[in-house]
Design a protein. Sequence first.
Length: 104
Amino acid sequence: MNVSTRVTELAFLSIRPGAGEAFEAAFTSVAGLVAEAEGYLGHRLVRSLDQPDVYLLDVEWKDLAAHVEVFEPSDAHARFMAALTPFLAAEPRVIHVPSHGIDD
């Protein structure tokens, strides 16, 4: 993937059973840390319909570098993760995909 291509980060978040409300509140309290990041274009957090303890966070970035070279090593990312980690049942699984589809 060309690092200058607009990308979507897809993070699969497995949380502790029953922690949904608290996780969502924690996410809301730190979402601004992502939204203020250089290269951030938008995000959404959605709960799985068939696995209530799984969430998908999708974040739109200007390019791959904005996420992995700028945001991930930042203090803002550390604070973002510190707020969410107590609710996680496993390490997040993160992949990056082009923001456009194959047939676009």
